[in-house]
Design a protein around this ligand. Structure first.
Ligand code: SF4
Length: 308
């Protein structure tokens, strides 16, 4: 990074040979969301997450749905002490704090500090990330994290590099590191017509996730024209068809951004509905906590892939 210039993320700057973080401790958004909106469907279903957003990102996705805060640093920001997150979350009756909206990892120092205090207060940490995060930052973040949703945007390394400015191998490594660290992992692919929506590509991404565990929840979300990407929106039929492709590998595949999809989840053992979903609302009365604290089907007692 040349003297006086900023990195791609725009939040790290070389000032006279010194690395400075002009937006350290400044947040663009604080809101309370259903955890399903992250999206996390198998982590504390039905709970609220205090969601914190920043400015800046290390990628430049032309279809970014939050480009107003990710692709520049002009959005209004306010200071927030990382030690305040837990109290804000408790006040908002949130079970977790989610670092989300733009790319939280470019503010890793602040997020790591916030995560430590949130953990100490007995609440959970959720990271919503593009996964282009390398060690040691990934390791430091994941050590304090309870759940992640990682974007797996394409299975084409050239597309990642050329269109997004990212590295597929880094994303795969981050997902594998998170899973290996015992963090609850869900993955999301925004289905882009003509770019990543072939059966083979979705099958390859599902196969990668299944190689870690067939129980990793996988969200296929319909894209809408946004930012610099003007292609028509993903058709609901396409998302539903691709979800069926992914279900050949994975047990929990969800079609997102579709008003028509209910995304109920049946127990793999007895077929009783574990979680009934409509939009972001969920009835999880089909789930019960066993004596060991593990999630179980309320009907048959089978252990199921949820963290309650
Ligand atoms: S990684 Fe996410 S926040 Fe960053 S540009 Fe891409 S879609 Fe936007």
């Amino acid at each position: 990074m040349a003297a006086g210039s900023s990195g791609i993320c725009k939040v790290r700057k070389n000032e006279g040979g010194r690395l400075v973080l002009p937006f350290a401790g400044r947040v663009s958004s604080v809101a309370v969301d259903p955890i399903e909106k992250k999206p996390l469907y198998h982590f504390k279903p039905g709970s609220a997450a205090l969601s914190i957003g920043f400015v800046g990102c290390n990628l430049r996705c032309p279809f970014c749905q939050n480009w107003g805060i990710s692709q520049g640093v002009d959005a209004p920001t306010e200071p927030l002490d990382p030690g305040e997150c837990a109290a804000l979350a408790r006040h908002a009756r949130s079970a977790s704090v989610a670092y989300t909206y733009s790319e939280p990892a470019v503010h890793a120092e602040w997020v790591i500090e916030a995560m430590a205090s949130v953990r100490a207060a007995g609440l959970s940490n959720v990271l919503v990330t593009n996964g282009c995060v390398l060690p040691p930052a990934s390791t430091e973040l994941l050590a304090r994290c309870d759940a992640v949703n990682v974007d797996l945007k394409s299975w084409d390394a050239d597309f990642y590099r050329r269109e997004l400015g990212g590295e597929l191998e880094a994303v795969k490594a981050f997902i594998a590191e998170a899973f290996g660290a015992g963090v609850h992992v869900e993955a999301t692919t925004l289905v882009l017509p003509g770019a990543n929506d072939s059966d083979d590509e979705i099958d390859a991404m599902a196969a990668f996730l299944a190689s870690l565990s067939p129980d990793i929840p996988y969200h296929l979300s319909a894209y809408r024209p946004m930012h610099r990407w003007t292609k028509p929106a993903t058709s609901p039929d396409s998302v539903v068809r691709l979800a069926a492709v992914a279900r050949r590998r994975l047990r929990h595949v969800y079609a997102g951004n579709l008003a028509s999809e209910r995304n109920d989840d049946p127990c793999p053992a007895c077929g009783a509905v574990l979680a009934r979903r409509a939009g972001y609302s969920v009835d999880s009365s089909g789930l019960a906590k066993g004596p060991d604290g593990e999630a179980r089907c309320a009907a048959c007692g089978e252990r199921v892939a949820y963290r309650l």
